[in-house]
Write a protein that binds this ligand. Structure first.
Ligand code: URA
Length: 209
């Protein structure tokens, strides 16, 4: 699918299977999510531009590679996005963080924004938006609009699972934003849940119901 990368690394797929299992405990689910998010982060950043800096090793001077440009922004769609955020910050500790509070109204399935806090200069940074589940894409699409209103120009969207309907809607609304996911599942059920999916990601990572 154009603009969509499925991260098919064997470790990602193995951990995802463990996360899907209904008997996986909250503690294991959270640990697996943290582990898998570092691997997803590795893939979503694999083409970042490098420049060089002059350093001195204990042996001699050299021009060594470092990331080019301003610090990345990780934007978490609350609350489930925070589960992906932690592992990504393990890998890129200097990243800036944006929080976008969106919840799905259970009846209309429409996103309601209740919080937005992001670094000022979004226009000059790569922004990686994280939310484990791309289901109806309503929240994700609204979050991208908000980021673009605030000047964001270079955005990637990273999730764990995606429904084909969600990808289609997301890409139709934001063809400029590439999507990275560990799996494209079968589709949505009548309540907007991904099938076979893994259930409610937020409930599973925080032990709520
Ligand atoms: N959000 C979830 O947590 N799970 C789904 O299946 C869909 C949206």
């Amino acid at each position: 699918m154009d603009g969509v990368t499925v991260i098919d690394h064997p470790l990602v797929q193995h951990k995802l299977t463990l996360m899907r299992k209904k008997e996986t405990s909250t503690a294991s689910f959270r640990r697996l999510l943290r582990e898998i998010s570092t691997l997803l982060c590795y893939e979503v950043t694999r083409d970042l531009d490098l420049t060089t800096t002059r350093i001195e090793t204990p042996m001699r001077e050299m021009d060594a590679p470092i990331l080019e440009g301003k610090k990345l922004v990780f934007a978490s769609i609350l609350r489930a996005g925070n589960g992906l955020l932690e592992g990504m910050l393990d890998l890129v500790p200097a990243a800036r963080v944006a929080h976008i509070g969106m919840y799905r109204d259970h009846d209309t399935l429409q996103p309601v924004e209740y919080y937005f806090k992001a670094p000022e200069d979004l226009a000059n940074r790569l922004i990686i938006v994280v939310d484990p589940m791309l289901a109806t894409a309503n929240s994700a699409t609204a979050a991208m609009e908000k980021l673009k209103e605030r000047g964001a120009k270079n955005i990637r969207f990273l999730c764990l699972l995606a429904a084909p309907e969600g990808i289609q809607r997301f890409r139709a609304a934001h063809p400029d934003i590439p999507v990275f996911t560990a799996s494209i599942d079968e589709g949505l059920n009548e309540k907007g849940y991904i099938m076979p999916g893994l259930g409610d990601a937020g409930d599973r990572m925080y032990g709520t119901k």
